[in-house]
Design a protein around this ligand. Structure first.
Ligand SMILES: [Zn+2]
Length: 244
């Protein structure tokens, strides 16, 4: 795999005041939105369950295993398993079909996913409810934050961080009983001030779309491929190979 590596310093235990140099690979990470039948919508944001399963099956056959944000945060890929084929499969926007279709398909192949939640949507028609989010977490999937109502974080007022980040983070932690340390930027958009804010609010990783990781803050600007519903499994493998 044609990987490139970013060298960075991770401060391990700020209280201890030392740092350790590690190599952090860019992790192949995939982003899906709607996993259901569709007709005229943009295939960038839709994939049928049947086509999704073909892609997942192809990843399995190619020897991939799934990783979750906490694995990336813990330097999982910088350690002993960095040579193995790893991919993060993620889902944005809290859709009900993530629970009904995507998660069961992942589990059929021994995979787990990362689900980034816009908390304003919880319990609304067509979206996951609290119990489903809790169940995903209990089954070993990761629950991350996608803000309260999907604002461009580069443009929010100073008093909105509590609304968009702090309260939704606390809600997801109440629902899952676990710490929420990973965030997907709405629209994939971020800047250095956004990174500063989410770092201060307890996040340890964040994902964008497209682009490349910022060498200054790679773990807060991890790229994901927006996977269109009309890609074959072979096309997906090629894209992973060429982009990560
Ligand atoms: Zn989104």
């Amino acid at each position: 795999m044609n990987r490139w590596f970013i060298t960075l310093f991770l401060t391990l235990g700020t209280g201890l005041g030392f740092s350790q140099e590690i190599s952090l690979p860019t992790i192949p990470a995939l982003s899906y939105h709607n996993v259901r039948t569709f007709t005229s919508q943009d295939p960038a944001y839709f994939i049928t369950p049947e086509e999704f399963e073909k892609q997942v099956k192809k990843l399995k056959e190619a020897g991939f295993q799934t990783v979750l944000p906490k694995d990336i945060e813990e330097g999982f890929l910088a350690g002993k398993k960095k040579e193995s084929k790893s991919v993060m499969i993620s889902f944005d926007d809290t859709r009900a079909d993530h629970y009904a279709s995507a998660a069961p398909i992942l589990e059929k192949y021994g995979f787990r996913g990362a689900f980034f939640i816009t908390t304003v949507s919880i319990g609304k028609p067509g979206y996951m409810n609290r119990e489903q989010i809790r169940d995903l977490s209990d089954r070993g999937h990761a629950i991350g934050l996608h803000t309260w109502d999907h604002q461009d974080l580069r443009k929010i007022a100073a008093d909105q961080w509590e609304i968009q980040i702090d309260r939704p983070k606390a809600l997801l932690e109440e629902i899952t009983g676990k710490k929420v340390t990973s965030l997907a930027y709405p629209f994939g958009l971020w800047n250095p001030e956004v990174i500063r804010q989410i770092k201060a609010r307890g996040f340890k990783s964040a994902f964008q779309l497209g682009g490349k990781a910022d060498p200054n803050d790679p773990i807060y600007s991890l790229p994901r491929i927006l996977v269109p519903g009309n890609w074959s499994g072979d096309r997906l493998l090629k894209e992973i190979e060429s982009r990560f």
